[in-house]
Design a protein around this ligand. Structure first.
Ligand code: FMN
Length: 146
């Protein structure tokens, strides 16, 4: 069983609801979850898997509650090949930079040699009113790789 750092970035709350559903499913599967909003790098353990759930705002930008962590990792973090992670990105394909925040975070972690346990999930608000559903389906395959 793993201890998982769930890290959320949200503007209007949808990503928080999705992350809470994922937390519930992880705990039901016997894992431990540290749930973070507005977290700093020193509060996170890179020996634990990270599950990042983020929406996109502005023109493909990170939510303000996740941006400081992104900047901190970008500016100060050495390579982290030991980090295993998953990314669930909420967005809307009617915008130019679909799921831009997730795309940016994924690129940053890959630059630092972190290991994705599954391909990033992109959830399109224009296609589903219940983002928890695809997120939970994706989680079951992510859990198998833990
Ligand atoms: C002002 C605004 C800007 C947005 N910009 C983007 C964008 O650039 N790319 C994208 O994929 N989605 C964009 N979205 C869609 C949101 O990411 C999507 O609705 C998401 O589900 C919101 O999640 P949240 O409630 O956690 O913030 C935008 C939504 C709003 C309201």
């Amino acid at each position: 069983m793993a201890a998982i750092e769930v890290i959320v970035g949200s503007v209007y709350g949808a990503a928080i609801l999705v992350a809470e559903s994922l937390e519930e499913a992880l705990v039901a599967a016997g894992h431990t979850v540290n749930f973070h909003e507005e977290v700093t790098l020193s509060e996170l353990d890179v020996s634990h898997p990270w599950l990042i759930v983020t929406s996109t705002t502005g023109q493909g930008e990170l939510p303000p509650d996740l941006l400081p962590l992104f900047m901190e990792i970008q500016d100060r973090c050495p390579p982290i090949p030991q980090l295993r992670y998953g990314l669930v990105a909420l967005g809307d394909s009617s915008y130019d930079n679909f799921c831009g925040a997730g795309v940016q975070f994924n690129a940053l972690l890959q630059e630092l040699e972190a290991q994705p346990l599954a391909e990033m999930l992109k959830i399109d608000a224009g296609e589903t009113l219940e983002p928890e559903e695809p997120a939970l389906a994706w989680l079951s395959s992510w859990i198998e790789k833990l």
